[in-house]
Design a protein around this ligand. Structure first.
Ligand code: AP5
Length: 208
């Protein structure tokens, strides 16, 4: 059976950071809707409008991007890590028609922690790697080329957090039988969070 893990949580809760570690250890196919949609912005400028304002992209657009990626052969053999999808009940219901979800791992991070993480986040346009100026400092020689994402501003994070809170409880209810909540306080390191995420993956891998 195909393994499909969902990594959920508010913006900048560390979904991408945890997925990077899981891919390295288990070889899952990482399906980040944020990354997939950013890659399509040049050919579909309306995506940039939604994303730069912090708004959610309409369900039908996101679903078609994810469905295409899920349909490729590597997902069946390696399993998939869904990062940032589903974000609405309609997306979850649509996903249920395509695959059986193994676990919905929710990173529970308070709003004020999210804001601190966003303000220090930087991305490397050459490698795609994500750093944090305080919590995951980049090597000195690449600092000058790092960029800050256009939606990582105080104003847009309010919109993104609002979207998250509007949808989160209905998603957690939908996935109640597969829900694994990982509490991540302000002092949770990426490694400490990973120990708990990995324990959930191991628990379910041993059953499959
Ligand atoms: P997306 O790119 O998915 O943005 P997001 O959900 O806001 O999440 P982020 O990528 O910002 O953060 P993350 O949780 O991966 O955290 P990270 O690991 O980087 O989506 C962007 C936009 O695309 C959306 O706003 C929407 O418009 C659209 N979109 C995407 N999916 C959609 C969908 N399904 N439906 C509709 N629209 C959709 O970590 C953050 C920072 O903290 C980093 O600097 C990292 O180094 C640091 N860090 C991580 N963990 C820790 C830790 N434990 N302690 C300290 N620092 C840490």
């Amino acid at each position: 059976m195909t393994r499909v893990f969902i990594l959920a949580g508010p913006p900048a809760s560390g979904k991408g950071t945890q997925c990077e570690k899981l891919v390295e250890q288990y070889g899952f196919v990482h399906i980040s809707t944020g990354d997939l949609l950013r890659a399509q912005q040049k050919t579909n400028p309306s995506l940039a409008e939604y994303m730069n304002s912090g708004a959610l992209v309409p369900d039908e657009m996101v679903i078609s991007v994810v469905a295409e990626r899920l349909g490729r052969a590597d997902v069946a053999t390696k399993g998939a890590l869904l990062d940032g999808f589903p974000r609405t009940l309609a997306q979850a219901q649509e996903l249920a028609t395509k695959v059986k979800v193994t676990s919905f791992i929710s990173l529970e991070v308070a709003d004020e922690v999210v804001v601190a993480r966003i303000s220090g986040r930087r991305s490397d346009p050459e490698t795609g790697k994500v750093y944090h100026m305080q919590f995951k400092p980049p090597p000195a020689e690449i600092v000058d080329r790092l960029i800050t994402r256009g939606d990582d501003t105080e104003e847009k994070i309010k919109v993104r957090l609002g979207n998250f809170h509007k949808n989160n409880s209905s998603l957690q209810t939908f996935y109640a039988s597969k829900l694994c909540q990982v509490e991540c306080g302000a002092d949770s390191t990426p490694e400490g969070v990973y120990e708990r995420v990995q324990a959930e993956v191991e628990r379910l891998q041993s059953k499959m």
